[in-house]
Ligand binder design. Sequence first.
Ligand SMILES: [Zn+2]
Length: 266
Amino acid sequence: MPELPEVETIVQQLKKRVVGKKIKSVEIVDPKVVDKKIKKIIPSKVLSAKRRAKSIIVELSGNNFLLIHLRMTGHFHYLPKGRELEPESEQFVVAMFYFNDGSILTHNSIRKFGSIKLFNQEQLEKELSKLGPEPLEISFKEFEGILSKKKRANIKTTLMDQKVIVGIGNIYAQEALYHAKIDPTRKVGELSLAEIKRLYEEMKRILKLAIQKHGTTVENYVHIEGSGGFQKYLTVYFKDRCPKKHLLKKITLGGRGTYYCPQCQK
Ligand SMILES: [Zn+2]
């Protein structure tokens, strides 16, 4: 499932390609994934694209917002004028957006778990109101503050709880904990101030590096220009050994497979 770096990558690419253009028509192939109401607000100008948590928000003219959840396999293809969609992608198209300059943005979904919904600003704010703060914007004081309310939960599940802090899923929680040298099963309340500080810094560093590398492609994730590159930097996620060649342990935490190094992480 795409996490913060993957979604941020796609948002940056959408900004370059579609912000400022006018959508002249839209074809909705699968209304279970893409809200049919979108047809009614077209033609519309794309004013901005941004990310909140693991969602993409595309602002259109006339107080309209598309809220896009990619979930497991949602992705976009951008076709400059005259370019056609590759035949192997065609079967997964759930919507096509046609722009005034002849370019096309397709939204594709293999397993159809994602969604594109239409909201006005008020509805959008309500929809996003339960989310925790952004990890790249939060101060250390705030980070310490939100963790202090989760003392009895384990640290890995807490990092993945979108009401506590957003954008971090199973990949980056494990990677941040490895670099911070913290055992993922530890209770939040047992962590020292120095450990929390280390985690805060490693979490930010790993997320920023992963954005720079355009995310992690281990299963289905693709961004608009291809695959991510952060998989080369993974230390524990789906690995047998840590970078120091210690054998990793695999456990289940909060229902999710979790890898860690019992020697490097205490
Ligand atoms: Zn190790």
